[in-house]
Design a protein around this ligand. Structure first.
Ligand SMILES: NC(=O)C1=CN([C@@H]2O[C@H](COP(=O)(O)OP(=O)(O)OC[C@H]3O[C@@H](n4cnc5c(N)ncnc54)[C@H](O)[C@@H]3O)[C@@H](O)[C@H]2O)C=CC1
Ligand SMILES: [Mg+2]
Ligand SMILES: [Zn+2]
Length: 276
């Protein structure tokens, strides 16, 4: 949610409004951006898998056209969601992050996971329904813990082989069934760097639509152990002094917020605000 964007379940059988199109290479855009007049967009040569009414932008109804394949639309190009996260209007990124999660979910829930029959959209709540066995499937959200571990002026950062060259970040991992947020955090830190933590403090949360994480951000203090890196997951992990930090994650990420917040407190600077 944001000042300009609010999600809502809208009936795609009602005409009009604006639409975004999502294909394998991201979202369609032209010089005016990603929001197109919906009826115009549907007249283009697009291979539409499904359509969902997703909310309102500046009061206008917005729909998602989820495409089966890429298409050429004259005067338009494609841009991945990550690019919108890194730069440009934050409200548009929020809208597209939501659209991407709904698109991924709709694509992966066309058939009932229980009996295998085709599912249909419910128009009064965000769910796919199986008429055959009455199962309802809701959008998938994956809780993930992310934690900045600190030891006085030092902070523990690590690199995954998937990261941009040189960038170090906070430790993160998906919750498993049976765990509390704190259990997950302690397990992930143990697994990834073999370090023990204490004084776990919740800081804040962030939707991370890559593809459907809900990041719960924490601060924790070092309690013991020497760094032992988890093979494959962690390429390098080090204690960095707050005065000599390596290249850090993107400005809008909660990873960056956790780091900036601790550094600000340590150095007595103004505290940053988590983009939400
Ligand atoms: N917004 C931010 O600042 C940051 C967000 N993240 C996100 O946090 C999430 C977790 O971080 P990772 O270190 O990658 O996780 P992780 O440490 O649990 O390991 C990733 C592995 O978990 C497995 N996995 C994938 N999806 C899963 C799911 N839904 N549930 C359980 N296991 C799953 C896969 O084997 C994958 O290779 C990712 O979505 C990542 O993009 C990570 C760091 C910063
Ligand atoms: Mg991890
Ligand atoms: Zn079924």
């Amino acid at each position: 949610m944001s000042a300009r964007w609010t999600s809502a379940v809208l009936d795609p059988d009602v005409a009009g409004g604006l639409a975004v199109a999502r294909g394998p290479d991201g979202f369609l855009l032209d010089d005016n951006g990603v929001l197109f007049p919906r009826e115009w967009l549907k007249r283009q040569d697009l291979d539409i898998l499904c359509e969902h009414g997703i909310g309102h932008f500046d009061g206008e109804p917005v729909f998602l056209l989820e495409l089966r394949s890429a298409a050429v639309v004259s005067g338009c190009g494609w841009r991945g969601l990550r690019q919108f996260m890194l730069e440009g209007d934050f409200d548009i990124y929020k809208l597209l992050g939501y659209a991407a999660q709904i698109g991924t979910w709709a694509r992966e829930h066309r058939f009932c996971g229980s009996c295998g029959q085709a599912m249909t959209q419910i128009h009064w709540e965000r769910a796919m329904h199986c008429a055959s066995c009455d199962l309802r499937s809701y959008p998938r959200i994956s809780p993930s813990m992310i934690v900045l571990v600190t030891r006085g002026d030092e902070i523990l950062l690590a690199r995954s082989p998937r990261f941009v060259t040189g960038v170090y970040s906070t430790l993160a991992g998906f919750a498993e069934p049976g765990e509390s947020a704190e259990d997950c955090l302690v397990r992930e830190v143990r697994e990834e760097v073999a370090v023990e933590v204490k004084n776990i403090q919740y800081v804040g949360s962030q939707c991370w639509p890559f593809p459907h994480s809900m990041m719960l951000g924490f601060h924790a203090e070092y309690a013991g152990g020497e760094i032992v890196m988890q093979p494959d997951e962690i390429e390098d992990a080090q204690w960095f002094n707050v005065h000599a930090l390596p290249p850090l994650p993107a400005g809008r990420s909660i990873a960056r917020h956790l780091i900036d917040l601790y550094v600000a407190r340590r150095l007595g600077l103004a505290e940053p605000v988590l983009p939400g």
